[in-house]
Ligand binder design. Structure first.
Ligand SMILES: C[S@@+](CC[C@H](N)C(=O)[O-])C[C@H]1O[C@@H](n2cnc3c(N)ncnc32)[C@H](O)[C@@H]1O
Length: 208
């Protein structure tokens, strides 16, 4: 039987109310490994990932209303059945609303670097967020990080390296990106064109 094509209303998931722990599989017709993209922008990566990994059940979180709308609309137009989009603050969502051991892959590509020193506290990846990521990843689950900002990337690596629950591994093996029609995320394409280096790190949650 052909899967039901999603309407825009079905693609969009409302952020949970205070105190609610979600069950992501209830958003999809059939279950599969749950993947989360934080800051999905216009949804280019999600579209690619959904089509190259049909078994995955993906949620894209985006704070900016314009991009959130664009991404959700894109999924409905392309009749993508395995992606849902939510407009919320990803940090709150991961820390307060996801159950433990539920995420197979966490995608974090070009998180806002907040380059000014006085704004560093606004950066997403800090010790408390890493703690939450460890909690929500399944044993063996993967966290893929990509950035164009060397200083923020170094800080991310330092804070993650402090946690023995996360083991760094080879990007190509852990990212498992299908390169056939993949040109990169919007920011990756933009910055690669400018000749900026792109930094990548891939981690796996250690079993047990
Ligand atoms: C630099 S852009 C990268 C977009 C996309 N990942 C890419 O590589 O092209 C960062 C995105 O993350 C979103 N964002 C930043 N902080 C967020 C948060 N706390 N929760 C949800 N989205 C967030 C921004 O609105 C923006 O669209």
């Amino acid at each position: 039987m052909m899967p039901q094509m999603p309407t825009l209303e079905e693609v969009i998931i409302e952020p949970p109310a205070e105190g609610v722990i979600v069950d992501p599989m209830t958003w999809f017709d059939t279950p599969g490994p749950f993947e989360l993209e934080i800051g999905c922008g216009k949804g280019g990566f999600l579209l690619h990932r959904a089509r190259s990994h049909r078994e995955a059940r993906l949620l894209g979180i985006e704070w900016a209303n314009k991009y959130f709308r664009f991404a959700a609309d894109r999924m409905a137009r392309w009749q993508i059945t395995n992606v849902r989009i939510m407009r919320t603050d990803a940090k709150t969502f991961v820390m307060r609303h996801l159950p433990p051991d539920c995420v197979s892959v966490l995608h974090l590509y070009h998180p806002d670097p907040w380059p000014k020193k006085r704004h560093h506290k606004r950066r997403l990846v800090q010790a408390d967020f890493v703690e939450a990521v460890i909690r929500v990843l399944k044993p063996g689950g993967r966290w893929l990080i990509q950035s164009d900002h060397g200083e923020y990337f170094d800080q991310i690596r330092q804070v993650v390296a402090a946690r023995p629950e996360l083991a760094e591994g080879p990007w190509d093996e852990l990212a498992d990106h299908d390169a056939t029609d993949w040109g990169g995320t919007n920011y990756e394409i933009k910055y690669a064109r400018e000749g900026r280096p792109i930094y990548r790190a891939a981690y796996r949650k250690v079993d047990g």
